[in-house]
Design a binder for this molecule. Sequence first.
Ligand code: AOS
Ligand code: ZN
Ligand code: ZN
Length: 387
Amino acid sequence: MTLTDDIRAQLALQAIELPSWAFGNSGTRFRVFGTPGTARDPFEKISDAAQVHKHTGLAPTVALHIPWDKVPSYSELRKHAEDNGVELGTVNSNTFQDDDYKFGSVTHWDDRIRQKAIDHHFECIDIMNQTGSRDLKIWLADGTNYPGQDSMRARQDRLADSLAKIYERIGEGQRLVLEYKFFEPSFYHTDVPDWGTSYVQTAALGERAVVCLDTGHHAPGTNIEFIVMQLLRLGKLGSFDFNSRFYADDDLIVGAADPFQLFRIIVEVIRGGGYANPDVAFMLDQCHNLEAKIPGQIRSVLNVQEATAKALLVDNEALAAAQAAGDVLAANAVFMDAFNTDVRADLAAWRESRGLPADPMAAYAASGYQQKIETERAGGTQAGWGA
Ligand code: AOS
Ligand code: ZN
Ligand code: ZN
């Protein structure tokens, strides 16, 4: 099977948002290793992200994280992004790195702390108005570690109340995107643990509140593509945080751990009308603890593109015929044929036809950018996860 003109045209519509934090240092609770050349501030993170777009044409926007990417002038940061050929995207709030949030943020029983968390989101919305961002993404660390520690019911009610206040502030063209995660840092219960809770909470808010599905935030064995199908069916799938996991929320390179799962997810996205649909944002949520960050992000967007090309190859007519005939093996064969097709040469040719390097990893390595930042940024304080 080869990529048809129609598939080639569809591939040109792909846009994947990069996380600014992928360009800062990150690690585990055991150690954060420094990586030569790592960005020292939000401006350098944007410059690095722009390299990914330059070599792949796939990553036109960069997500910010507040307060990690706090700057005195967002119009300056916005201009810097535009000068580098990218735009600022989703603003991620942070209510997990302040002592006040030890027992929760927007779910906290203490009115003062709950209001502080709501005010932080108001600040994020003010920033979105300056950066031109559409989405406010909320991931909450809220939860408890022991049964009886707090009332799960009361926390859920406070969550609904806080989100309603934040939603009221969201502009007409903006969205509130609520991410779920089944555990960590809370281990007994999490206040937004699953797509159902995120759905229930966002449905209560209104149309401009949607769900973010982070692929690393499910128990092992979960059929994630089923969730994708269901949220698309309900019109509530607002965005993806793509990454890979072997064990927990590993935040490794998307498509590295299970390329077949990524393919199955994208098949459902396409089937549900979510591909190249601005209402369903493709984002990465990854950290590169060991590997160089810019090539790590280049590899990531290429993995998503490769899975997309394969998913677009599925012969839907043959699949429908096999399904209608109850021919289980034929239907599965149609599915697997697409996944097992090697699209790499076709994608290289497609890139060249669009003035992009056939091999973006090699092009970046040959560009001299990595050597340049390793020299120029030596000795400075590198930005890090949380810094
Ligand atoms: C946390 O586990 C979530 O995946 C967040 O989306 C994100 O990773 C965090 O806000 C940034 O590190
Ligand atoms: Zn995430
Ligand atoms: Zn996560």
